[in-house]
Structures are given as C-alpha cells and as structure tokens.
Design a binder for this molecule. Structure first.
Ligand code: URA
Length: 213
C-alpha cells in the first residue's frame, strides 16, 4: 500500500482523532459509542462530500437579491452495509438529509468464508446518483468488495467507500478489486488478526453500536 495513494483519504482532523480515541476505549458505554460514532460520521461527511456538485439559485436576503449555491442532496445515495453501517448512515443523514438510502445485507458463509447476500434494496435511478457506501470497519475487505461489485451493476455515476477504521490488508484488497473507488477512513491500524479483527481496533463495531456484546 503506497502511503501516497491518492484514492486513500485518512481524515486526521483533531476532532475526528479525539472522538475515535474515545470510541476505541473498552470502557466506552454503548450510549457514548453511538453518540461518538454519530458525531464522527458528521465530521467525516464534511470531507467526503467536499466535491459534491452545487447549482446556482436566486434568493432574496432581507436586503438584496443574490445568487447562492445549493447542493441537490437527492442525487446522493448512501448505501449502508448491514448491520454496522447504520451507525455511520445516521450521522451522514444529519448532514445531507435529502440523500436517498440503500441497504445491502451480507453474511459470511462459514465454509467458503465468502460474503453471501441476503438483502439488497437500492433507490430508483441509480444511474444519476453518486454513491457513498458506509461500513465502520474495512477489515478483510470481503463485504466491501462484494457490496461494491453488486452496486456497480446498477451503474451509478460514482462510488466512494467510507469506514471508521481499516488496516493495510483491507485497503490493499479493496484497492485491487475496485481501483476506481476512493476510500475515506479515520485511521489505518496496524494489522488484521487471524479472526479477521483489526488491531488495535475497537472490537466488534456492530456489537458496540447495538450493545449486543
Ligand atoms: N468488524 C468489526 O466489527 N471489527 C473488526 O475489528 C473487524 C471487522
């Protein structure tokens, strides 16, 4: 993995790093983990949507008429990989409330270890939309790769992938499978362990979001 890969964006803003560090701690409660994830996702959304197209509209201020710029949130489709993606989705929707939302459900087949799809529902007219796929942890990359392959079949204008944490193995796998997809993350941790967990990581993101650990 090149440290200068222009398709890999580590959002190392002090607020992002602060919240991520609090989330990593095993003593963080479910409530604070969820709140921090929501805040972190809003901060990340700011960077991820930086190149969203805007259009000019005429408005009246109390003093004058002027030309302002607005985004068309409906052109954006946020796709959450179930179940942990929901945590990031909520934060993104607070910032871009008009975005359309898709869901993809995948589980890992215990024998083949491949991602198997059990749910897929996308907004209409995907070919006019820029897609942001969200999942807190990019670990082996299997789910992200399978989800993006499936979404590509709907022919969206572009696809970005957003996670909270990843590792060199996950970045390499996703970059090789989908070299056109930009990856946004708050940190690239040291490594994957033999059970597919990121080290030092934050544990099982889904369990920590939903309090099922
Ligand atoms: N999924 C998680 O929730 N945590 C990891 O560390 C890896 C995958």
């Amino acid at each position: 993995m090149s440290p200068f890969d222009p398709f890999v964006h580590v959002i190392d803003h002090p607020l992002v790093q602060h919240k991520l560090t609090l989330m990593r701690q095993k003593t963080a409660s479910t409530t604070s983990f969820r709140t921090l994830l929501n805040e972190l996702a809003m901060l990340m959304a700011y960077e991820v949507t930086r190149d969203m197209p805007t259009q000019e509209i005429q408005i009246d201020t109390p003093l004058e008429t002027m030309t302002g710029r607005v985004i068309d949130g409906k052109k954006l489709a946020l796709v959450s990989i179930l179940r942990a993606g929901t945590g990031i989705l909520d934060g993104f929707l607070s910032v871009v409330p008009g975005a359309r939302v898709g869901h993809i459900g995948l589980y890992r087949d215990p024998t083949t270890l491949q991602a198997v799809e059990y749910y897929f529902k996308m907004p209409k007219e995907m070919e006019v939309r820029d897609v942001v796929v969200v999942d807190p942890m990019l670990a082996t990359g299997h789910s992200a790769i399978a989800a993006i392959t499936r979404i590509k079949a709907t022919r969206p204008k572009s696809i970005k992938f957003v996670c909270l944490l990843t590792c060199p193995e996950g970045v390499k796998a996703l970059r090789e499978a989908h070299p056109d997809v930009h990856i946004f993350t708050a940190a690239i941790d040291r490594q994957l362990n033999s059970h597919g967990y990121i080290l030092p990581g934050l544990g099982d993101a889904g369990d920590r979001i939903f309090g099922t650990q």
